[in-house]
Design a protein around this ligand. Structure first.
Ligand SMILES: Nc1ncnc2c1ncn2[C@@H]1O[C@H](COP(=O)(O)OP(=O)(O)O)[C@@H](O)[C@H]1O
Ligand SMILES: [Mg+2]
Length: 390
């Protein structure tokens, strides 16, 4: 018997990546309930139904799962009560990619230890600390410069590059302030002077082999991505090395769906950094660069639908549109000017309010070379301004 559709998906997290997952799901006639902690979040604007709860609140999750009875729970963010996901999984709801994967990747330490200790994969040298005193010791052991991050954080929050022992105390303060939970645990990492950093979008299927998108190059500032491009300048041998590592780590997590696997690339090494078991922000470039975007691939993998081909359509880039300041209402200017250029497109996320550096949209472009695609995407993003609605 073949599977009957529609299925009901509950999306935990309703940002811009979730919005595209919902659109992909709607196009294939599925039903989606979008969940986030604030109303009118991007994915809610295109979903069949929405719920506003704290996803860290287990009882609240229980209530909405009982109410909607989804076939699939699809996490879009890290900040979720992941023990609850295990309970839902045990009751027969499919958690994407698995409850284990969401649990392992919620904090930086478990996934890092899995990769390094259990699978023997090369990572930056690292150590953990939970007090300032331990942090000093760890920092000396790793050496300078090093990178310190709260174990529980994302988007570069609380992260600093520490150049000498004199800067340790301040880095500790900001790591603790930037930590999402109430733990004080930090990871101290060897600073990798990479030539390129990449995301390898990796697709695990319920049946069928693990698939890969061509690697995506990206540039980060303040811990957030600024621009990404595909294809990257990785050699065939480096691409193969990254794929082998990504397959190994995602096999250990199991399930189905897309994973964003991050690597640092130096002259002679491909170094595993971290992984998110869902679409990746740098992967937004695939909305213009591939026949199937990361969101469409995620959905096909979730639903067990075939993925016969992933075609890369030539040099392509994405560039983010950030808010300059706090805004209680959000508008855009320069949209028509940005779209004047051929092979340029925009996604404006529809976030209801803004704060400094909040990502409000993205420009997408194709070019004849990587340089041209990046230049076009950056120029288009620069033409769009986030403005207070008057
Ligand atoms: N050990 C490191 N060496 C050099 N740069 C790093 C290191 N760790 C992180 N970075 C830089 O900071 C960015 C964000 O760090 P990451 O570990 O990916 O955290 P997040 O979960 O916030 O994305 C990376 O994409 C990279 O540019
Ligand atoms: Mg990252």
């Amino acid at each position: 018997m073949t599977t009957q559709f529609p299925k009901k998906l509950m999306l935990l997290g309703s940002g811009e990546l979730g919005k595209e997952v919902v659109i992909a799901a709607q196009r294939l006639g599925q039903t989606v309930i979008a969940v986030d902690r604030y109303a009118n979040a991007p994915a809610m604007q295109v979903a069949d139904a929405c719920e506003v709860i704290s996803m860290l609140d287990g009882d609240a999750l229980e209530t909405i799962v009982a109410k909607h009875q989804p076939d699939y729970i699809v996490p879009e963010v890290e900040a979720i009560r992941t023990e609850k996901l295990k309970e839902f999984e045990d009751k027969g709801i499919t958690v994407i990619p698995t409850a284990k994967a969401t649990d392992y990747t919620m904090n930086r330490d478990r996934i890092r230890d899995l990769a390094h200790h259990e699978l023997g994969i090369r990572t930056a040298k690292y150590a953990y600390a939970s007090t300032l005193e331990d942090y000093r010791t760890a920092s000396e052991a790793i050496g300078f410069p090093n990178v310190v991050k709260p174990v529980m954080s994302s988007s570069g929050k609380g992260q600093s590059i520490v150049k000498s022992a004199a800067a340790v105390e301040q880095a500790w303060e900001s790591a603790i302030a930037g930590s999402r939970g109430d733990t004080q645990r930090v990871i101290v990492e060897e600073f990798i002077d990479f030539q390129l950093e990449i995301t390898l979008m990796t697709i695990r299927q319920w049946e069928g082999p693990t698939l890969f998108c061509p690697a995506i190059g990206h540039r980060q500032e303040r811990g957030d991505y600024q621009e990404s491009w595909q294809p990257s300048t990785l050699s065939a041998a480096q691409e193969k090395q990254a794929q082998d590592i990504a397959r190994q780590v995602t096999d250990a997590l199991g399930g189905a769906g897309i994973f964003g696997v991050e690597f640092f690339v130096t002259a002679d090494e491909v170094i595993f950094s971290e992984l998110s078991p869902r679409p990746h922000d740098t992967g937004m470039v695939t909305m213009i660069s591939q026949n199937l975007s990361e969101f469409e691939l995620h959905l096909r993998a979730i639903l067990g639908l075939p993925i016969p081909n992933i075609d890369q359509l030539g040099p392509s880039a994405s560039s983010v549109i950030l808010s300059p300041e706090q805004m209680a209402s959000v508008g855009f200017s320069g949209v028509a000017e940005a779209l004047l250029e051929p092979d340029v497109d925009l996604r404006l996320f529809g976030k209801p309010d803004a704060r400094p550096y909040r990502r409000m949209g993205v420009a997408l472009a194709k070019g004849t070379t990587e340089a041209e695609a990046r230049q076009k995407a950056n120029a288009a993003a620069a033409k769009v301004s986030v403005v207070k609605l008057s």
